[in-house]
Ligand binder design. Structure first.
Ligand code: CP
Ligand code: NVA
Length: 312
């Protein structure tokens, strides 16, 4: 496996290896401090980022390398240079490329033409590095035995919902995704793919339009912003009306399992997808998730550049 282009690229064995190394990098951030010595990693972003940029640049530094941050409009790509040519040029200077952009097909193309590992740091369709941080946090809370537990995502059927479905299915989890029906439900092809992964892993996939039933006895309630980067502002009021029953409030949290946790990839909008009393409560693990963005990206850079991952 050369690249991490989508969550479904990761096999269960790859994830286990990455989580193990991320645990080590959490305890000892500098335990592989020469791995990228005198090497550079390009971090190319055409969308905003707080966590992923900080985590990526810090991860590269902890591995002894230097990150080179490239904004979307800094590159000649904005003036018509092709993705293929850009991929070849970056490959001539850097040892890996971390990329955040809109179209998944652009990331796929970078992966195709770059000779170095390409890591998807969020597209309109997926957010694989986030899910690694999420699953190490889940492990820290519940351990390896997740039989009988319910892992619920509530809200917009966006890139995070897609990634939640695929990762949970790969990990053998009982995954529930509850969204409004229609326009803001997860993509049918992703649901199909998750169902087929779950068949092999022993997990289950449930798509629901009922936030109350979904929250009942859940071990995790996960949510994300209702307006993602690139979403059309003209949808805002219709979308918020449809999504309002899916807001994670204390009332919904009260329906969950006794040892349940609240998760959010952040940034959060208190009073929209989550109430302040939930995200700032003792059940919330959002800061630990954010901490693990660095440990998991560090593990990913370490293993991808060594060619340790087998892929699906
Ligand atoms: N969770 C996440 O990807 O955050 P940023 O958009 O700040 O990178
Ligand atoms: N769905 C959000 C996730 C941000 C980390 C977005 O794409 O903007």
């Amino acid at each position: 496996m050369k690249d991490l282009l989508r969550t479904s690229d990761l096999s269960r064995a790859d994830i286990e290896l990455l989580l193990k190394s991320a645990t080590k990098f959490a305890e000892k951030p500098l335990s592989a401090k020469k791995h990228l010595a005198k090497k550079t990693v390009a971090v190319y972003m055409t969308k905003s980022s707080t966590r992923t940029r900080l985590a990526s640049e810090t991860a590269v530094a902890h591995l002894g390398g230097s990150p080179i941050f490239l904004r979307g409009d800094d590159l000649q790509i904005g003036r018509g240079e092709t993705i293929a040519d850009t991929a070849k040029i970056i490959s001539g200077f850097c040892d890996a490329l971390i990329v955040r952009t809109f179209a998944q097909s652009d990331v796929d193309e970078l992966g195709k033409f770059a000779s170095i590992p390409v890591i998807n740091a969020l597209t309109d369709d997926d957010h694989p590095t986030q899910l690694l941080a999420d699953w190490i946090t889940i492990r820290e809370n519940f351990g390896k035995n997740i039989a009988g537990r319910k892992f619920v995502y509530l809200g917009d059927g966006n890139n995070m919902a897609n990634a939640w479905l695929i990762m949970g299915a790969t990990m053998g989890a009982n995954v529930v995704v509850a969204t409004p029906s229609g326009k803001w439900s997860p993509k049918p092809e992703i649901v199909k793919q998750a169902q087929s992964l779950a068949k092999n892993s022993g997990g289950t996939i449930e798509i629901s339009n009922d936030p109350v039933a979904a929250a009942k006895d859940a071990s995790v309630l996960y949510t994300d912003v209702w307006m993602s980067m690139g979403d059309s502002e003209s949808d805002r009021s219709e979308k918020f009306e449809a999504l309002s029953p899916f807001a994670v409030t204390d009332k919904l949290m009260k329906l969950t399992a006794k040892d349940s946790i609240f998760m959010h990839c952040l940034p959060a909008h208190r009073g929209e997808e989550v109430s302040a009393d939930v995200i700032d409560s003792t059940k919330s693990v959002v800061w630990r998730q954010a901490f693990h963005r660095r440990t998991t990206i560090q593990a990913l850079l370490f293993h991808l550049t060594r060619g340790d991952l087998s892929g699906n």
